[in-house]
Design a protein around this ligand. Structure first.
Ligand SMILES: NC(=O)CC[C@H](N)C(=O)O
Length: 267
């Protein structure tokens, strides 16, 4: 009998990708529950009943005080210890877009200190000055310990954000690069890094960084939306793709593969 993998997808206060994200995890073979932040904080639902915790996309608290800032405070004051225990117990945490912004504001990413509380990086307003809604190409760092991207090398995914510019002091960037914690970079269509060129790098992220993980590879955050590419026809060019490429994505989209990797980690 295969083990049931349970995923908790947070909802509430302006998050708007929870249904798609829960659906993507169910396509990957998990059981996904959408749980309101207050229900989790009140203890009516226990985090310990789950293997995977997801902070999804949206506009939590209307992006007031910076995207993900208020959610980070709410989460860490109400659930900090429970989340630290969750991670120490070998479980997975994923932050997508607004969820990634939340994870960096809590310090859960990059998680350099053992308490996962130090805020070391920021996601700033896009350099172009406006919200970007577009598809990007990404390349995966094969030296990264990230559980979610295991076996992957490059992939297209959509982004939709106003505050996606990955920024940190140069010593922090160096530490992330040396430790393999940089997981995803914005790329050119041939899979090489975008080297800051807009719109391939849609926001001006330093070193084209689109996603990072903690040292264990079990806490992962990314600006692009894998839940928005779980079927071939989600891709804007699916009718124009060469037969070979279409068959590749029809077999398994890279978005779905990320969720499958997470679920398979527990099997
Ligand atoms: N799609 C999202 O999660 C958007 C995140 C955030 N509201 C931003 O605009 O940057």
């Amino acid at each position: 009998m295969t083990r049931q993998v349970k995923v908790l997808v947070l909802t509430g206060y302006g998050l708007n990708c929870d249904m798609e994200t829960a659906h993507a995890f169910e396509m990957a073979g998990a059981v996904a529950d959408r749980v309101h932040i207050n229900t989790l904080i009140s203890g009516d639902v226990k985090l310990s009943a789950y293997q995977i915790l997801v902070f999804g996309g949206g506009f939590s608290w209307g992006d007031d005080h910076g995207a993900g800032v208020v959610q980070a405070v709410r989460i860490m004051t109400g659930l900090g210890d429970a989340i630290r225990d969750f991670i120490a117990g070998g479980r997975l945490v994923m932050g997508i877009c607004n969820g990634f912004q939340t994870l960096v504001n809590t310090g859960l990413l990059p998680g350099f200190d053992e308490n996962y509380t130090q805020r070391e990086v920021a996601l700033l307003h896009n350099d172009c000055g406006n919200f970007r809604d577009q598809w990007v190409d990404l390349c995966v760092n094969s030296h990264s310990p990230c559980v979610f991207t295991e076996g992957m090398d490059s992939l297209p995914l959509p982004v939709r954000h106003g505050e996606g510019k990955f920024y940190a002091a140069s010593a922090v960037i160096e530490k992330l690069e040396n430790s393999g914690q940089v997981v995803l970079r914005y790329a050119r269509p041939d899979g090489k890094p975008a080297e800051g060129v807009f719109p391939m790098n849609p926001n001006g992220s330093i070193n084209d960084i689109a996603g990072i993980c903690d040292a264990s590879g079990r806490v992962f955050g990314l600006m692009p939306h894998p839940e928005a590419f779980t079927h071939l026809t989600h891709h804007p060019d699916w009718t124009r793709m060469k037969a070979e490429e279409r068959a590749f994505f029809d077999d398994l989209t890279p978005g779905l593969r990320i969720f499958q990797n997470a679920v398979r980690h527990f099997r």
